[in-house]
Design a protein around this ligand. Sequence first.
Ligand code: MEV
Length: 335
Amino acid sequence: MEVIASAPGKVTLFGEHAVVYGKPAIVASIDKRVVVKCRPRSDKKITISALNLSIPGIILTIEREGEIRLETDYGKVLSAVSYIREAIRLTQEHIGINRGADITVSSEMPVGAGLGTSAAVAVSTIAAYSASHGYQLEKKDLARLSWETEKTVQGLASPMDSTIATYGGFIYLKYDGRDFDFESLEDVGDIPLIIGYTRRLYTTGEMVAKVKRLLDSYGEIGWSIVELIGGLVEEAKKMLLEGDLPRLGELMNINHGLLDALGVSTKELNNIVYVMRGFGAYGSKLSGAGGGGVAIGVAPTDKISDIVTALRMIDATPLETSIGGEGLVISSDHS
Ligand code: MEV
């Protein structure tokens, strides 16, 4: 039976980096998805076709001893393929099967920009592969296997991205380095959010290591920044539930300043952040690991089109999408 699973990307509204050190974070799904199609095979072969991963270029086909077939128009797809391979290996181990499948992955958002595509790839692969072989895994197992996949492929990851890709919506999450707990914030109203992104120069792992070096070398000075971020996330949770957009914006500004102090912003991200504010946003910040990638802002709805135009003028790519939509969706084609 062919199964199609899709999962959303995400933006971190508050608390990135500090979440690695036990502080809470708030993350939201976006209305852009990764879609994975899985058709079981009668042999043990796994083929992966990665299509439309956002940046056009040459088509590359790799065949290694009939094991992996890769059709892509974008180099980054290689990393998406490593997530798929690992996701399948872990799922096979979890279920106790070793069956083959033809897998096709595509994405409505750029891969590797910091929008949580790796977790979305992992969770939809695990869901599609297991369901296509007749196993309905629970959401908590899907999220856990997806987190394991991320940790194995990139060396380090909090459970934030895999949780939001699985459950969607708005999530308040706390992680102590081993275990985590999360709360779905059901009563959040409409948040007019703008996303802009720029080329990413460093991986998440590199940025997390950079923050660790700073904390190791400056002790109390660095730890107080992490503490402050933890405190502002609690306040942001209240403002999010009250729908107080101006205060939410101010808290974003504070969060951005603290992330910049931790050394994870760049000139390009700061440009996006200040252009958003200059064109009427209540507030803005980088979102995710930094080192390039994504910045977000909350703004009055009548300012959004000006901000989008201004972002284009500084060579930042605006992404128009709503936030807080559904998480993993699985559907099957019995034909
Ligand atoms: C990356 O999107 C967010 C970080 O906090 C790392 C993580 O939580 O895995 C920087």
